[in-house]
Structure formats: structure tokens, C-alpha cells
Design a protein around this ligand. Structure first.
Ligand SMILES: Cc1cc2nc3c(=O)[nH]c(=O)nc-3n(C[C@H](O)[C@H](O)[C@H](O)COP(=O)(O)OP(=O)(O)OC[C@H]3O[C@@H](n4cnc5c(N)ncnc54)[C@H](O)[C@@H]3O)c2cc1C
Length: 503
């Protein structure tokens, strides 16, 4: 007889997104089965950058120090023309922290970070990990979803309350439920090279896009001891041709780089978004739901944001604290955010991927003039705050990320999230006592545990003219206002009938 196992959530795919989701669900006490057809993490060059919000998720998973060992703080990003003139750029200080309590941007080496995420999942008692196990098909049942998978020992049947396809760009889970991808009309072939540098390397320390129509090139310092080049392929060039060592060495010659080639791959960079991210009890996340060109370094970031958004909602639904309707807020909140970054990446890509010399000359003139006039040459990269039923739309700060003040004393650094812990928070400076709630951590800013952060939390509340903020488990602000009103509105948002029925 075919073996049968059951779980609350089946995570298909243990790339960075599936592993983050499984890790967050495990921390919330959910029984997870996680399968991946591969036995190890993806070995070829992919993500090289992530941002401060993602570092906050790694912190939540208890992996901040492990991840930091594979990163360096990104200190600048410039688009230069063939002559070296700066067409567009941004920079930040190495020590500067974003409001989330981490550096704005990090460069990193993806495989060891993927492995750290996977190790966290392998160590979690409530996660059953089956590697070498390939999703084949699914069908909805009265109680949930029945999945068939091919395991190393034969066919496996899995009964899951919910299935999340984190199974990458080709997503068999997405295919199985008939979700289509909308094509955002960007599709360019690039060669990607990761190299090991020697001590004392003099390669650029900032990220560069060399907008040379002869060969558009990205030059990126990755994690410690590593460097990345990406070269746009010219019409007629084949993957076999550009992956040859001689071809690569010729491309690297102008960089005068004393490096050892570690990994190489050819990709088509494109922009795609799934039309639906949920079909009943089946959801998709990460590259399965959206893909972006890498020019803003946001593909994996978007997927990890998906995992952070979805994990607490699934946990609340499965623990009977929220209505399944809450899961519809996942796409409502995440899709506009994802589209903002894809629009930015495609705009950046259109600047970079110009092969026509006349077009390139016109672009240079226009961008240099815009820069001289202090005008912004790219669409804004700041996504809109969340709206919809998952936040108290209309209250100041709703749908923004709540800040994470940082306190440094001696050699010790303390961050707000480590002090307050997981789950939702009601952070209040009002004298009005918060109604008791077993599921929300209610804390006043004059509480001694918040002493190191009091000033910045009060300043944040004052700027929004608010007595209190209700902060969701993904650290986005549900809303601001009076504590009792916020708790009522939070129960309503989760699905009032269910929440009210609980003790
Ligand atoms: C050149 C390049 C540069 C990039 N740069 C950046 C960057 O700087 N910053 C950034 O944030 N992003 C970047 N990205 C994007 C980033 O790499 C991806 O968005 C991210 O790795 C996707 O993660 P994922 O977990 O969704 O999918 P994947 O990492 O693809 O994981 C999917 C998993 O599903 C498994 N799987 C597939 N099918 C099945 C099945 N049938 N059964 C079981 N398991 C299955 C696979 O084995 C795999 O482990 C870049 C991408 C490229 C190509």
C-alpha cells in the first residue's frame, strides 16, 4: 500500500522562500511537511543582494549572526556609461541603519545562506523534511488537499490542510492548480560569473552597472572574498559559447582581476506575475508567484516577504484564531509591493540593456541632464503601504513597517524585536489600560523593558498622533489609535466570529 503522511502545511520546495516559510511556521508551532526534489541547495550563482527587511526576517528566525558571516554591507550602486560618467547612483554609509534596525542593503553569497535556512528547518521538531521527494500532483478533498509525491522509496501520499508551492519559477504546484503568469514584457539573456577574490583585491567596492552598448555589464562585490560579473549576451551568442573559459577570460581581462572563477550560468532575466496566488487551500510564493529581472536585487527578497506575510496568517487560521478569508489578504498586500519592485527592476533593465549606440547616446544625454537637474531618473522604489482588510486602512501608519530601534551599550547591541519576541504587539503610551488579551503582547512605552527604545517609540507614535500601535507578527503596522479600538478592529480583521468564540 502507498505510504500516507499528514501535516497542517505542506511546503513544496526548500529554496530560500520555502525554507523561510517552513521555519516561521515551525516557530509558530505548526506541523509542517517540507519536500524538495533536490538533496542540496541550488549551487549556481543567483541572488547577490538583500535588504534590511529581509535581515529582520533572518533575525526573527534566529539566523542573523549566521547570515551576517556571508554578507557585506552594500555602500553604493551606480549606473555608468561607457565613458565612466555616472548616470544615476545612490550611496549609504556602512554604519547607517534603516528604521528596521539593520543596514539598508547587504551583498551576500546565496548558497550558504540557503543552507543555513534549510538547517534551521531540519532542526525544527515540528517539521518533517523529505529531500529527494518530488511533487507530482494534487487534488482537493473535503478535509484539505491530497498530494502525490515521488520519494526515493516510491510513491508517497500526503494529506495537508494547506499546500504552499515554493517550488520556483517552473512551479509544478502553480501548474497543477491552473494559475497563469502575466508577462511584463522583459526578457534578456545574461551570462553570470561568480569569482573568488584574493586578499587585498582592488576590485570596485560599490555595485556597478556599466551601461556600455557594446557589452552591458554588472560588477558586484558579493559576500566576503567573492565578486560577481554579469554580462549581457549579444544577439547570436549561444549559452555554450559564452560559458567557455576562454570567452569568460576575455570578458574579464579589462577588469584586471586576479580571481578564480567559482560558478557560471546563463539566465534569461524576465518579469512575470501570477494572476492568482491562492486557489482554495493551495497557495504559491516566491518565484512560483512572481519573477523579476535582478537589477534591483529583489527577487528572493520579494519571496521572503511573501513567506513572512503568509506564515502568521496560515498559523492563525490553523490555530483557529482567524478566518480562512484572512488568506485572501496575502495577494492583496503582496502583489502591489512586488509590482513596485518589478517596475523598478524593468526600468533599470531598460537603461542597462541598450545595445544600440544611438539609443545609448540619447539615454546618456537625458540621464546626465536629469542628474545635473537633481531629478530622479528611475521610478520610486518605495512600495506603497499595505491596504485592504489586513490593516486598519485610514489610521496613520497602517500598512507601514514598524521601526526596530537599536540600543548599543558597551559591545552589546539590543534590538526591539528580541526584547518583545514573536506574535502581535500592542505598543502604547496611553494611560488607558489595554484590555487583557492572551494572544497579544501589550506593552507600554514606560515599561522598563522598553527603556532603551522609549524615546524613538514615543517619537514614532507622536509623529502619527497616536496613543498606540498594533503591530502584526510580520512587523507591519495593523493600525494606530486607542488600544481598545485597535483590539476590536484586529479581531474583526482576523475574522470576528472566530476570534470572538475563543476564550
Ligand atoms: C542571476 C540572478 C541574480 C539574482 N539576484 C538577486 C538578488 O540580488 N537579490 C534577490 O533578492 N534575488 C535575486 N535573484 C532572484 C533569486 O535568486 C530568486 O528569486 C530566489 O532564489 C527564488 O527563491 P525560491 O525559493 O522562490 O525558488 P528556488 O530557489 O528556485 O527554489 C525552488 C525549490 O523548489 C524545488 N522544486 C522544484 N520543483 C519541485 C517539485 N516538483 N517537487 C519538489 N521540489 C521542487 C527546487 O528543487 C528548489 O529547491 C537573482 C536571480 C538570478 C537568476
Amino acid at each position: 500500500m502507498t505510504p500516507r503522511v499528514s501535516c497542517q502545511v505542506l511546503v513544496v520546495g526548500l529554496g530560500p522562500v520555502g525554507a523561510t516559510l517552513a521555519g516561521l511556521l515551525a516557530d509558530a508551532g505548526i506541523r509542517v511537511l517540507a519536500i524538495d526534489k533536490s538533496n542540496d541547495v541550488y549551487p549556481l550563482p543567483r541572488a547577490g543582494h538583500f535588504d534590511h527587511e529581509i535581515m529582520r526576517v533572518f533575525q526573527q528566525l534566529g539566523l542573523a549572526d549566521t547570515v551576517l558571516a556571508h554578507t557585506r554591507v552594500a555602500i553604493g550602486y551606480e549606473f555608468r556609461n561607457a565613458k565612466g560618467d555616472v548616470l544615476w547612483g545612490l550611496s549609504s554609509d556602512e554604519d547607517q541603519l534603516a528604521a528596521t534596525g539593520w543596514a539598508t542593503s547587504y551583498m551576500f553569497n546565496q548558497p550558504p545562506v540557503d543552507r543555513a535556512l534549510r538547517d534551521k528547518v531540519l532542526a525544527a521538531p515540528s517539521v518533517d523534511v523529505r529531500l529527494g521527494t518530488e511533487f507530482s500532483s494534487l487534488r482537493a478533498t473535503a478535509a484539505g488537499v491530497e498530494v502525490t509525491a515521488a520519494s526515493p522509496t516510491g510513491e508517497l501520499l500526503i494529506d495537508a490542510d494547506y499546500v504552499v508551492g515554493c517550488d520556483g519559477a517552473w512551479s509544478p504546484v502553480r501548474e497543477a492548480v491552473g494559475i497563469k503568469l502575466a508577462d511584463l514584457k522583459f526578457d534578456e539573456p545574461w551570462l553570470v560569473i561568480d569569482a573568488l577574490t584574493k586578499p587585498g583585491s582592488t576590485l570596485p567596492r560599490i555595485n556597478l552597472q556599466i551601461c556600455d552598448p557594446v557589452r552591458p555589464t554588472s560588477c558586484l562585490p558579493l559576500g566576503p572574498g567573492r565578486h560577481r560579473w554579469e554580462f549581457m549576451m549579444r544577439p547570436g551568442e549561444t549559452a555554450e559559447q559564452v560559458l567557455e573559459d576562454d570567452f569568460i577570460h576575455a570578458l574579464l581581462t579589462p577588469w584586471d582581476a586576479d580571481v578564480e572563477i567559482d560558478r557560471k550560468a546563463v539566465y534569461r532575466f524576465h518579469g512575470l506575475v501570477a494572476d492568482r496566488w491562492r486557489e482554495g487551500r493551495v497557495l504559491i510564493a516566491g518565484d512560483a508567484a512572481h519573477q523579476t529581472p535582478p537589477f534591483a536585487g529583489q527577487g528572493m527578497c520579494a519571496g521572503i516577504r511573501d513567506a513572512a506575510n503568509l506564515s502568521w496568517k496560515l498559523a492563525d487560521v490553523l490555530n483557529g484564531q482567524a478566518s480562512p478569508d484572512l488568506l485572501d489578504t496575502y495577494q492583496i498586500e503582496r502583489e502591489p509591493h512586488v509590482r513596485t519592485f518589478i517596475d523598478l527592476s524593468i526600468a533599470m533593465g531598460r537603461v542597462v540593456c541598450t545595445l544600440d549606440p544611438e539609443e545609448a547616446r540619447a539615454r546618456d544625454e537625458q540621464m546626465l541632464a536629469a542628474r545635473a537637474a537633481g531629478m530622479q531618473a528611475m521610478p520610486p522604489g518605495d512600495p506603497p503601504p499595505f491596504s485592504g482588510p489586513g490593516v486598519l486602512t485610514g489610521s496613520a501608519g497602517a500598512g507601514e513597517m514598524f521601526p526596530q530601534p537599536v540600543h548599543r551599550e558597551g559591545g552589546r547591541t539590543v534590538r526591539l524585536d528580541d526584547v518583545l519576541g514573536s506574535g502581535p504587539w500592542l505598543v502604547s503610551r496611553s494611560a488607558e489600560p489595554a484590555p487583557p488579551s492572551s494572544r497579544i503582547k501589550a506593552v507600554r512605552t514606560d515599561d522598563p523593558i522598553l527603556a532603551p527604545f522609549r524615546e524613538s517609540l514615543n517619537a514614532w507614535l507622536t509623529a502619527r498622533d497616536a496613543d498606540a500601535a498594533l503591530v502584526r507578527p510580520d512587523r507591519y503596522v495593523f493600525g494606530t489609535g486607542r488600544p481598545a479600538v485597535l483590539l476590536d478592529e484586529w479581531r474583526r480583521a482576523l475574522g470576528k466570529a472566530i476570534a470572538d468564540a475563543l476564550p
